[in-house]
Design a protein around this ligand. Sequence first.
Ligand code: COI
Length: 455
Amino acid sequence: MRVTSWAPVASPGLLMLRRPQRRGYAVAAAASRPAQYVAPPWRPSSILDEWVQREVRPISLRQLTFFGRTLTQDRLIQGANYARLELPTRIAHRLRNMQTLPYSALKNRHIAHVYELYYTAFERFRKVPEIRTLEDNDKYCEVLIQCLQEHLSVIPSLGMGVLEIQDSVSSEECDRFMTTLLRSRISRRVIAEQHLALTETFHSAWHFPNAKKSAMAPEDDFVGEIFLKCSAKEIIETCAATATELMSKAYGPSVAIPRVVIKGHLDTTFPYIPSHIEYIIGELLRNSMQGVIEQRQSSSPRPIEVLICEAAQSVIIRVSDQGGGIDRAILPYLWSFAKGPRRNMRLQNLEQVPKLAGTMQELRWADSTGPDRSHSPGSSQGSGEKYGSSLTALSGRPPDLRLGMGLPMSKIYAEYWAGSLEVHSLEGYGVDAFLQISKLGNRNEKRREIHTQEG
Ligand code: COI
């Protein structure tokens, strides 16, 4: 009998924590059992324990692509059932992770809010019965959409919570906790959004009179959320335009914004989820632009150079600026969610905009009527708009809003599909950021064993 964890009583409002079952209670129950009863070495003590026992089934971009490319009704239903079991499993692991936080940290209002969101989602997901028909699937998609919307506040809440719990949790632990939580959140959103996109593809295919047996022709460039031919150059251009717009709003029209010059292998394409790469490149360009602008050394700022290099197995994108480099005091904390300059952030600034502060690509869920699929990558086929759907949402975001999580979040995104992100600061000169993308897409999503399985 497990007696150590704090299990929440699902409540519509406030998070309530139930004290662990008392040892004496368990002993009394055991004493009333027949003498021959031999207790197994470990027995699940709650529904959550049962789900935590389940193994996470990892995914790769390539698997998602192959699966979605030959989409039939049976496969769609199979995918729905994968998500139906996988999402509560992954959430259960994270809930268990959160339960290992000190009580004072778990009851922080922001962390408690996230915990409650996850517990509610866990309860909702685990109760979905087996999906057998398209109608069942449609109902399931409604549940997914509702959760995706409700969870928009997760990132800003975690961002604020992690700053407030530092008296009870070390910065290193906070960073580990955040990395695990955010990485697994990406995974769940990928699973949910991919299934929604495939469902939509499937439905729209059946509306054509000559609907094929396979809803998606192999030559199509999108498989759900995955764009098979992401053009590095086009993505950089789109992100540069958005970052420029954001900077001019933040600094005013009189400030010159550095140009972005793209060089190297300009024809490079690779399969990826556009919103993920847009997030990373958008953050890198924004940081570089800010560095150059704030140096204020000249009225014609030095351009930011972006080099694309296509190798056999990967694509490397180097973003170089001449913004003077990163302050020595900040450098050791570049990848930290908890340490460094974030500690001094004015939290009330963030509290005013809990939704807007989520990652950019999530903002398409902010509309309570559901996702605007006409803006999503999966439905932009034929419209000519492949990128920037997520970035257009930036116009609704205060231009000077800084969550201070852009770089560590970008690293998590880069590593998620087996890539990497490194930043080299040349003191007094500038910064070179190296983003490496795995071109083959055959490596599984990144997971790491922490306390329980990551997923
Ligand atoms: C999240 O967005 O936090 C999730 O866990 C996604 C899931 C509810 C589909």
